[in-house]
Design a protein around this ligand. Structure first.
Ligand code: AHR
Length: 529
């Protein structure tokens, strides 16, 4: 009898324990004294490449009733402006490795049409340096140019800097003036080629040769315009037979006194339709960031940089890209037209969280690309629709500024199986992936909390605890979600978007909120401290 009673008691105790564990809320602790670094505005950048319909038929459509007299699509420009793009990379991408900038200046009707070999198009060159700069001014974005280190020469790179940045005197500065642009454009950010470690790149080089050519190009470019900042092409090749760390280590060693950023690229996807694997991919970006951070730190110890900042990381291409990847969808005027769904938007929110969590070293990031080509804005001849991935980027760009915070986050976790990170890339397996993916920033008295709930089926009740005083006023809640993780937008439907939810009234220093399944939520709070 006693034995029976004892076992009933034990079962009862165990049940209470399990219920307690199950009932325990996830926790996020915010301590304003625990900071990561300043969030660089350049984290909210984008990218315009002469590829598919990104330029022609996208931002620029001469003769369209939707365009202004310069050929800029007004509807696209409006959507672009609303994205608060801080910096825009131009003109490629793989395109730049067969681009000769002089083809794209002067009277449009006299510009040569060229075979475009990266994406198999005819390049009319009717949109070039000055058209892009006029567009950038309209966008209110910082320009970021990439020079041709594939088929281009170091002299050509120098001449482009002269055309853009020198006020008057030498030939190319005077040529710009003849073209109607009296004042120099003063372009500060220049990258030394694109993905030069990739066998697919025209003029692909090994690390030593790339470093050598870049150093000389940099010398000429800086002598022409000393205030420019240079970005070296870091690894983009994570295929099983490549050695991205070796490439990065060599470039950093050789160019440690010369460049200001190392560019990294990453594209992920969900080809095997495994939601949980896919949602963990931002953690791979974070791992790669940490590895490169270590390589940079090693080189900075013996660098001779005067009073310049250390080298930072520029994730100057990132996105989800896996559907438009076969021979047909990778070429011509309709190349890379991905149609995004909610899970893609959650991955993008995860990338942005990762940038904020690493704000001390990641100082630039550019979604690839701005419109039509793996992009947040999608057009046809009659209008456009806003893709799912637009919304998290817009929320971050509008609200997540100031100082990144180092949070304590506790939530249930899951493990993935082994999967390919991006098409053709090596595999990974992620363990202890938290269902809640979180970042935060503080700007003045405003705290922004960015939370992805990766759980596909369950809301996660979370205690958000301020270690730095009580929450005050109302907490604004903005949510990106949709009916299912496969929900998409299109010309005739808008299933995924940002919705302002009912504000939460602050009480004390703990705020309990239930993050809905498969959602991205941004909370705007204030604390009294
Ligand atoms: O953004 C599309 C392409 O992806 C870019 O041209 C290239 O740099 C990368 O491989």
């Amino acid at each position: 009898m006693l034995k029976k009673k004892l076992s009933i008691l034990l079962v009862f105790v165990a049940l209470v324990g399990i219920t307690k564990i199950m009932a325990q809320n996830a926790r996020i602790k915010i301590d304003l004294d625990r900071t990561v670094g300043e969030i660089d505005e350049k984290l909210y950048g984008n990218f315009v490449e002469h590829l598919g319909r990104c330029v022609y038929g996208g931002i620029y459509e001469e003769g369209s009733a939707l365009s202004d007299e310069r050929g800029f699509r007004k509807d696209v420009l409006e959507a672009v402006k609303d994205l608060n793009v801080s910096i825009t990379r131009y003109p490629g991408g793989n395109f730049v490795s067969n681009y000769h900038w002089k083809d794209g200046i002067g009277p449009k009707d006299q510009r040569p049409a060229r075979m475009e070999l990266a994406w198999n198009r005819l390049e009319s060159n009717r949109f070039g340096t000055n058209e892009f700069m006029e567009y950038a001014l309209e966008m209110g974005t910082e320009p970021y140019f990439s020079v041709n280190m594939g088929t281009g020469t170091i002299e050509e790179a120098q001449q482009w800097v002269e055309y853009c940045n020198v006020a008057e005197g030498p030939y190319y500065a005077e040529l710009r003036k003849q073209h109607g642009y009296n004042d120099p454009w003063n372009i500060i950010y220049w990258s030394l080629g694109n993905e030069m470690d990739g066998f697919w790149q025209m003029g692909h080089l090994n690390a030593e040769d790339y470093a050598k050519k870049s150093r000389e190009a940099a010398k000429l470019m800086k002598l022409t315009s000393p205030e420019i900042k240079l970005v070296a092409a870091g690894s983009s090749n994570y295929r099983p037979d490549a050695d991205p760390n070796e490439w990065n280590a060599t470039i950093l060693h050789e160019l440690r006194d010369v460049v200001d950023y190392l560019a990294l690229h990453m594209y992920v996807g969900n080809p095997s339709d495994n939601y949980y694997n896919y949602l963990s991919t931002p953690l791979v970006l974070e791992e790669r960031t940490q590895v490169v951070k270590g390589l940079i730190a090693r080189e900075m110890e013996n660098a001779d940089r005067g009073d310049r900042d250390p080298i930072y990381i520029a994730w100057d291409e990132y996105n989800s890209w896996y559907r438009a990847r076969d021979a047909e969808t990778m070429s011509g005027t309709r190349a890379l037209e991905e149609h995004y769904n909610l899970e893609d938007a959650l991955v993008i929110a995860g990338f942005l969280n990762a940038f904020i969590r690493n704000a001390d070293i990641v100082k630039m990031a550019n979604m690839a690309q701005l419109d039509n080509v793996i992009a947040p804005i999608f057009t046809n001849e009659e209008g456009l629709f806003i893709q799912t991935i637009y919304y998290p980027l817009q929320l971050f760009a509008k609200n997540a500024h100031g100082t990144a915070l180092d949070l304590f986050v506790e939530s249930e976790t899951y493990n993935t199986d082994e999967f390919f990170v991006g098409l053709g890339e090596s595999t990974t397996q992620q363990t202890d992936v938290p269902y809640l993916d979180v970042s935060a920033s503080v700007d003045g008295d405003e705290i922004i909390l960015n939370v992805v709930n990766r759980n596909k089926d369950k809301a996660i009740v979370t205690d958000i605890i301020s270690q730095s005083g009580n929450f005050i006023g109302n907490i604004e809640v903005l949510e990106v979600n949709g009916p299912t993780v496969k929900a998409k937008n299109d010309f005739d439907k808008h299933e995924v978007k940002t919705v302002a939810k009912e504000a939460i009234e602050a009480k004390g220093n703990v705020l309990t909120y239930s993050f809905p399944a498969h959602s991205f939520t941004q909370l705007k709070a204030k604390v009294k401290h």
